[in-house]
Write a protein that binds this ligand. Structure first.
Ligand SMILES: Nc1ncnc2c1ncn2[C@@H]1O[C@H](COP(=O)(O)OP(=O)(O)OP(=O)(O)O)[C@@H](O)[C@H]1O
Ligand SMILES: [Mg+2]
Length: 243
């Protein structure tokens, strides 16, 4: 079963329609080090990829989209909600899958870890159990439900982190390098998962072939968007520029 948009909307904190994520003249500095400078974008496309060199600002950009990081100047609006003042609602709308799954896994067993988010949303126990079973089966983790989460392999942890976000059914999901630790089969599995999602997604990745069917790709360079277009335009541009 695929999750319906209506169902996802019911789970959201507020009944604003899904419109766009807007960045207005966003600059971000860590101390006196500016890592994003003057980024203005409107993100509406269902599939957006983000590529660029190590340290170019991709993860910082990704974290701005759900309010994990707030801009030093400028503003980020998610369906009109300012991430600086409406952080709680924004986080319910935008799920975030971390680059490092250990940052996301907090509960002793696999099933408990996946149940944590929906329990936090105040869902009834029956609904939580149903969603947990569904998501564990979907990501090949059903056989591990009572295993200690910290003993999973790196790739299994990455799948668990993804399952833990999807189970909350946010309207958008930001993935920061979701396939870095995965073998070929699981990379394909995650690519397929992303492809089949009803939700809008933003995927930061160094795996350029993940982006083949995407609507839009942003190329970051030194904290700025150096290219913005279809994968057919931007990916070869990035490869040539890097080579
Ligand atoms: N919490 C932080 N404190 C200080 N500097 C930071 C912090 N997080 C990131 N930076 C710096 O900001 C810059 C951009 O980092 P970011 O993590 O956004 O890059 P990235 O494009 O995601 O890189 P990668 O491909 O290696 O994941 C880097 O120079 C990094 O050192
Ligand atoms: Mg990063």
């Amino acid at each position: 079963m695929r999750w319906g948009r209506r169902e996802a909307a019911t789970a959201a904190a507020v009944a604003l329609p899904r419109t766009a994520v807007e960045l207005r003249e966003v600059t971000h500095s860590y101390g006196d080090r500016t890592v994003l400078a003057g980024v203005s974008l409107t993100l509406k496309e269902p599939r957006i990829g983000v590529i660029g060199a190590n340290g170019s600002g991709k993860s910082t950009f990704a974290r701005l989209l759900n309010g994990l990081v707030v801009p030093t100047s400028g503003a980020v609006l998610v369906d009109g909600l300012d991430t600086r003042t409406r952080a709680r609602e924004v986080r319910r709308r935008v799920g975030f899958v971390f680059q490092d799954p250990d940052a996301q896994i907090v509960h002793p067993t696999v099933a408990e870890d996946v149940a944590f988010g929906p329990a936090n949303q105040g869902l009834p126990a029956e609904e939580i159990a149903r969603r947990v079973d569904d998501v564990l089966a979907r990501y090949g983790l059903a056989g591990h439900r009572d295993h200690p989460a910290h003993l999973l392999s790196g790739g299994q942890k990455q799948l668990l982190a993804i399952a833990g976000v999807l189970v909350m059914r946010p309207e958008r999901i930001v993935f920061d390098e979701p396939t870095t630790l995965l073998d070929l089969a699981n990379t394909r599995r995650v690519a397929r998962v992303i492809d089949e999602l009803e939700q809008d997604v933003v995927v930061v990745t160094h795996h350029l072939d993940l982006l083949a069917g995407f609507d839009r790709v942003l190329v970051f360079e030194d904290g700025r968007v150096a290219a913005d277009g279809s994968p057919a335009e931007t990916v070869p541009w990035y490869v040539t520029r890097t080579g």
